[in-house]
Design a binder for this molecule. Sequence first.
Ligand code: PLP
Length: 423
Amino acid sequence: MPTQDFTVGQWITHAHDRFMSLNYTRYPIAIVRGRGCELYDADGRRYLDLFAGFGAGILGHCHPDLVEAVIEQARTLWHVGNLLHTQPQTLLAERIAKHGFGGRSFFCHSGADANEAAIKLARLYGKAHPGPGGVKRFKIITALGSFHGRSFGTMVATGQNKVREGFEPLLEGFSHVPFNDLEALRAAIDDQTVAVMLEPIQGEGGVNIPDDDYLLKVRRLCRERDVLLIADEVWTGCGRTGKYFAYQHWIHRRDESPDIMTLAKGVGGGLPVGVMCARPEIAELYNARTQGGVKHATTLGGNCIAMAAAHMLFQVLERDRLVDHAASLGKYALDRMRRWVREIPAVKAARGRGLFLGLEIDPNAHGAWFKAGADVVGRCLEHGLLINAAQQSILRLAPPLIIDREQLDEGLDLLESILRGSA
Ligand code: PLP
């Protein structure tokens, strides 16, 4: 507990270093309170949050409707386990089906969990639909630069070596091809391939947006080869990119939707929710009634409080038209950032969809005062602005979708001054 020798903030960070796993690289800031797009540290300092906890705080901090939904549910029912039916999870599943492709949802706690559920389901599909001559299908192709989680299966699915190093021997059956390269994918599919797993927009890879025809062509290729398409929408789901789900930017026909979609981060609005949603005929392979028992499960999956929050989140997205708001405000921000590319030599490229924005910076450019994205993030923090850097030199912005133009401009003005070296 804090004592006379420590302020609350100092105690939190000091005790953290003594008692907690040090697996994260944290800034020496202890946040104690949040409201909307603002955070406050233990000394009462305000931060404008343009990253929303890796995008998960998609409605901002302590959104009144989410708070109400959680309190109401906490007074009513917390947890009974999945031997019984509970209303919040059924309501949420209905919303996801409505805005997506009519699939069936399995609920868990994180993106890694959701992707594990998808990988296991794909393997069941491979068993049920063997290749030529009865060959077993179990291989999954993902993209270089992708990120799918840090559990044993998903770290191997992830197309970045640094995530796997030291954990060998690895799970077999995964390979990686360049993102946005249809021919490389076509060449990689063999008789044992059962699924392709892609982020429609790569998040941890640096907000990488594919060509306009890529995803639909991948979809059609997968159909031709009877290979499942798994869309990892953990970063991009629930309106973040200006569509309910990012695949909808490029795939417009419901019958061409992905076979499986995974969600986490934003779907819980900051509570731990993961979702694996599959087309009904594929989800059938997890049907405990017809498949001879339970194939996949998790004790707290579909927890009533988390589900009530996620269900309310969809209601707020609909009521406040936040998906359209993300699309238009994101376009405004991207136009501003594209001007920086023309005007500031150290800004190489700006990209994004909706309120998922990336800025590629060049530390070697004339006049650049920073050596890496982390330096810019650090300077922003000194000025009370929270953004993020990925892959050394990509600055990422993922503000809550409730942000208004004035607040966004406050953050962009500051970032612009910092990039110009004048703040
Ligand atoms: N999939 C994608 C696209 C992600 O960006 C992440 C995390 O960043 C994950 C999966 C893993 O999610 P979680 O950290 O909730 O396990």
